[in-house]
Design a protein around this ligand. Structure first.
Ligand SMILES: Nc1ncnc2c1ncn2[C@@H]1O[C@H](COP(=O)(O)OP(=O)(O)OP(=O)(O)O)[C@@H](O)[C@H]1O
Length: 749
């Protein structure tokens, strides 16, 4: 006992030292920031932008140092050669650059997650430090090499616990707060292998509910940013999630790992400037998500390049020029052979046609026309209204929005563009001109944007000028870094990026999010089973290197355009270049609930992944049968009781009622009558102790207790939805039902 106490005291001293160093670094950044700010707004524009850049740099560094307060250090490795290595959220060194704390992502920390007694990897003992605030409250040791430990003269009485299980179980059993937390102190070996998998290529991570796919995806993003900082800081990392609510749920994880530069988005947000807030029936979304739409959009574009049936005669300055079908056909042919997007190829088409018309005009003059006069004639023809109309009819400049609106609102256009769809399917796609865009429209807009392109001549000239200026600025930033010694904090390119913007300085993330054609260095997709084939096409355009982390569970698919089979979806897109990893341990759901969910999913024919549960909780599954009329009231009453049960003194503890969409209003009304404030609409407040959700809204989230209403009805809409709903709780699933429970619910044993 005494030995353990003295170990605790020893660790407390180390931890105090680490926090002391952290405080020093914070104070240093604050002083530098204050000094830069004191310099005031005077000076040349160059001086000003340099000051702004440094201010942003110190602000970022300070924010990073502030964000790692909680569990700064959480582990220690005792190595065979006698070295003791502390593992933490970030790396720290003292003033002489001697390492004090090793970043969890560094190669030197890997053994903390991977070493086992069978493969100790030079580790004699692994120690988990349990902390509360800055106080060390507990220790747990894994002895990996008993002999070496004895040789090193370690007193066995100083060993506490037998493995790291306590830290993991404490993390798993903690009340939920409505925000996802990091798992950096307890990453398990199979998860670590995924997190540190190489950057290149597409990695698909399949795993049942609660196996840590989201956690692993986020930690992998942080790891890749650490291991490939120079590359990824400039090109950016995109994280795609299923809903804005989900993105809010995870938005504190990366900052707590010291990373703020990741762009997060849903597929519906991918097209800058379009807010896809409309809804539509599942079968319409399914149709819009299928690959046939790529052909339809492609054809729709080509059909806006059209040879007129008749010639158009136009009078210009007393002469007549004729827009002849055969000339248009020839000009279209030449422009198409360039294989450029529609709006860019149109420039060629128009130039060609104007040259032909100018030739007709010159012929009628009957004298030699010098080249500069010919150019003037071309400009005259270009600005003649009838000619503009005739050329537009043959080759219309188009925006993606215009093209798609025409397809959805003009049946003759859709009929022509989509002969492979049935009349019923084409009717499904029709909508009024003022209907809002839906999430399934976004990949189609993106497809159209790709085929249409922009008339980008001015933009390209600007880009050339920008590139030259950027090169000069990077050189300047290098000089600045050399003279200030800040090179360990930032690369010259990043600093130059900050110097360059004269307005409010934009980070890579902000620039990337605003630019449709931005290509990212890496893309992480969560709940990837929900993406349609068209959504994948849009996403892959943003990552030409195909460096992707794709996580999901093909048994949890609820989108009708999503997939139940990775190979079927990804082979055509990634041509067999993707690799698969599986996660097999469920860290969320109590074993008895997980087993029931699994039986129901199997009975419904879902491709369920095998998994074991990390823990069980007594009385985790309750089923309550009531009459149809009493469903809403019974669900509300159960939720009311459960909220009181799970709420802890610190305000943690979350309950969700999950029910089909047509029931949520009645349940909310019952809860309101019982005095709960339950916001309606799509804006789910994850901070609230009690929320009412549809299964789709619950996707990816977790709660202490889930009250599931009428599972048979949820199943009838989608088996994947029921599987999702049943696997959200960390403590208990309380089922309220009037109809019979779906097959597999009751344990046959
Ligand atoms: N190694 C770990 N240590 C502590 N907690 C963990 C660990 N792995 C996973 N968890 C916890 O388990 C829960 C489930 O993780 P996560 O949400 O990432 O699972 P998932 O596979 O994405 O689930 P789903 O498919 O159901 O959305 C989270 O609370 C997460 O923090």
């Amino acid at each position: 006992m005494a030995a353990i106490d003295s170990e605790l005291v020893g660790e407390q001293q180390v931890v105090d030292g680490l926090y002391g160093r952290l405080d020093e670094l914070r104070a240093q950044s604050r002083r530098r920031l204050a000094a830069v700010r004191r310099a005031g707004p005077s000076g040349s524009p160059q001086n000003r932008s340099e000051r702004d850049a440094f201010a942003t740099l110190y602000e970022d560094r300070l924010a990073q140092l502030e964000s790692v307060e909680d569990r700064l250090a959480f582990g220690r490795l005792d190595l065979r050669d006698g070295e003791r290595r502390y593992i933490g959220r970030i790396g720290l060194t003292d003033e002489e650059q001697t390492p004090l704390l090793t970043d969890w992502r560094a190669p030197a920390a890997q053994a903390f997650y991977r070493a086992t007694a069978a493969h100790p990897d030079g580790v004699v003992r692994r120690r988990h430090l349990v902390t509360s605030g800055r106080r060390v409250t507990g220790l747990e040791d894994d002895v990996l090499d008993l002999e070496a430990l004895a040789e090193a003269g370690v007193d066995p009485a100083s060993l506490s616990g037998v493995s790291g299980e306590g830290a993991l179980l404490a993390a798993l059993g903690a009340a939920r707060t409505g925000r996802m937390g990091d798992i950096v102190a307890t990453i398990q070996a199979e998860q670590d292998a995924v997190i540190r998998s190489p950057l290149t290529g597409a990695l698909v991570v399949q795993g049942g509910p609660g196996t840590g796919k989201t956690a692993v995806a986020l930690h992998r993003a942080a790891y890749l940013l650490y291991a490939h900082r120079r590359l990824l800081e400039r090109s950016g990392v995109l994280m795609v999630g299923p809903s804005r609510t989900f993105l809010r749920y995870i938005d504190q994880v990366l900052p707590s790992l010291g990373e703020t530069g990741v762009v997060t988005a849903t597929i519906a947000d991918l097209y800058p400037g379009v807010e896809a807030r409309g809804t539509e029936p599942a079968e319409v979304a399914r149709l819009k998500g299928s690959t046939v739409m790529a052909r339809v959009v492609g054809r729709a574009v080509r059909q806006r390049q059209r040879v007129p049936q008749q010639a158009t005669r136009v009078r210009v300055d007393g002469r007549t020029v004729v827009v002849r079908p055969q000339d248009v056909a020839a000009a279209i042919g030449r422009a198409r052979r360039q294989n450029r997007p529609h709006n860019q190829a149109r420039v060629t088409f128009v130039r060609d046609m104007l040259a032909r018309l100018a030739e007709q005009y010159v012929q009628q003059l009957g004298w030699e026309v010098p080249p500069e006069d010919r150019a003037e004639i071309v400009e005259d023809l270009r600005s003649t209204r009838e000619i503009r109309i005739a050329l537009n009819l043959a080759w219309m400049p188009l925006t993606p929005q215009r093209l798609l609106t025409d397809l959805w609102t003009k049946p003759y256009r859709l009929d022509a563009a989509a002969p492979e769809l049935s009349a019923h399917e084409r009717a499904l796609l029709a909508r009024p001109a003022d209907a809002p865009w839906t999430p399934a429209d976004v990949p189609l807009l993106d497809e159209a944007a790709e085929l249409l392109g922009e008339d980008d001549q001015a933009e390209r000239a600007q880009a050339r000028a920008d590139a030259e200026r950027q090169a000069a600025e990077v050189e300047y930033a290098r000089q600045v870094l050399r003279s200030t010694g800040a090179g360990d904090m930032v690369s010259a390119e990043t600093l130059a990026g900050r110097f360059a913007s004269s307005g409010p300085s934009l980070t890579t993330a902000e620039r990337a999010a605003a630019d449709r054609s931005w290509t990212y260095g890496h893309v992480v997709v969560d709940e990837a089973q929900e993406l349609s084939a068209m959504a994948w096409r849009a996403l892959l355009r943003r990552v030409p290197t195909r460096s992707l982390t794709i996580v999901g569970d093909v048994a949890q698919t609820s989108s009708p355009a999503g997939t139940h089979d990775w190979a079927a979806m990804l082979d055509p897109l990634l041509r067999g270049t993707w690799r698969l990893a599986e996660l097999t341990v469920n860290y969320r759901t109590p074993a008895v609930v997980a087993a029931a969910a699994r039986r129901v999913a199997l009975a419904a024919g879902l491709p369920v992944s095998p998994q074991t549960s990390a823990r069980d909780v007594p009385d985790a599954l309750t089923c309550e049968r009531v009459t149809q009329d009493a469903l809403a009231a019974a669900a509300a009453a159960a939720a009311d009781r459960r909220v009181a049960e799970v709420r802890d003194a610190a305000g943690a503890g979350r309950v969700a009622v999950v029910a089909a969409a047509d029931r949520t209003a009645a349940i909310r009304a019952e809860l309101a009558a019982a005095g709960h404030t339950v916001p309606a609409g799509d804006a789910v407040d994850l901070q609230a102790p009690l929320v009412v959700l549809t299964p789709t809204q619950a996707k990816g989230l977790e709660f202490d207790v889930v009250v599931l209403v009428e599972p048979a009805q949820v199943l009838a809409a989608s088996a994947g939805d029921l599987y999702v709903a049943m696997t959200r709780p960390t403590h208990a699933l309380h089922v309220v039902h009037a109809s019979d429970l779906p097959a597999g619910f009751d344990d046959p044993a």
